[in-house]
Design a protein around this ligand. Structure first.
Ligand SMILES: Nc1ncnc2c1ncn2[C@@H]1O[C@H](COP(=O)(O)OP(=O)(O)OP(=O)(O)O)[C@@H](O)[C@H]1O
Length: 230
């Protein structure tokens, strides 16, 4: 089975000259189709940087990042854009468009699907908003939603695009424990039913049991403590 994500000898730094700081050092990691991998580690150790590199949001500086078998190092902007259409990202700060309603934000995800009518894409958006418990908030702007509700809109938007790979940065951060549990069960279902690979950064000890594999990061390195959940 080909890995969805394959990282080898990945390094990344920010800044230049005396201000240059290496934040990822020699990272190697695979995520298989249908696998849920949880990435934990102290604040500032490089988890978000790693997710954004896999999500083709940053240029790879050193080492290899393969997603769906395609090498991202040296990939053109157009190729990275094409790849991003197959990747769902739930990022911190929600990244919702402020002038669009919850429904319209989710529809942006559904719009990435080819061959669906407007009505089918709208129904799909509404269905995902229902799944995340926001049926009563379709017409609200992000400004009128709580942090947890915005998080759920962002999750619905990522899932509406039927991603083959899902990268989630602290998806349960602003959710109560019940909603947080529902959301991770949803992501796990996506992995198991659709063979989607899921890589999730989390500090939330309540959700560690959904992982097929836990990976720990410290100071830009994956520790040998990466282990499989029985
Ligand atoms: N654009 C940037 N320019 C300079 N330094 C950056 C940039 N982005 C991140 N960093 C630094 O890189 C290091 C790793 O940051 P990153 O956000 O990847 O960590 P993290 O493990 O996700 O942290 P947290 O759990 O707090 O979100 C931090 O020291 C951060 O300050």
């Amino acid at each position: 089975m080909a890995a969805m994500v394959r990282l080898e000898g990945l390094r990344h730094s920010f800044g230049s000259g005396v201000n240059r700081r290496q934040v990822l050092q020699d990272i190697s990691l695979c995520v298989d189709p249908g696998e849920v991998v949880l990435l934990t580690g102290p604040s500032g150790c490089g988890k978000t940087t790693l997710l954004t590199l896999i999500g083709a949001l940053r240029q790879v500086q050193e080492g290899s990042v393969q997603v769906f078998g395609e090498e991202l190092k040296g990939a053109s902007r157009a190729d990275r854009l094409k790849l991003r259409r197959r990747i769902g990202m739930i990022i911190q700060g929600h990244n919702l468009l402020r002038c669009l309603t919850a429904e319209q934000n989710v529809q942006m995800g559904a719009d990435l699907l080819q061959g669906l009518s407007y009505r089918a894409r709208r129904d799909r958006s509404r269905e995902w908003l229902r799944v995340v418990g926001l049926s009563d908030h379709l017409g609200k702007l992000p400004h009128d939603l709580s942090g947890g509700q915005k998080q759920r809109v962002s999750i619905a938007r990522a899932l509406a695009a039927r991603p083959q790979l899902l990268l989630a940065d602290e998806p349960t951060a602003s959710l109560d424990s019940r909603t947080g549990r529902e959301v991770v069960e949803l992501l796990k279902g996506l992995a198991k039913d659709q063979g989607c690979g899921v890589l999730m950064v989390t500090h939330d000890p309540r959700i560690l049991d959904v992982a097929d594999r836990l990976v720990q990061m410290e100071d830009g390195q994956l520790s040998n403590g990466a282990f499989a959940i029985e």
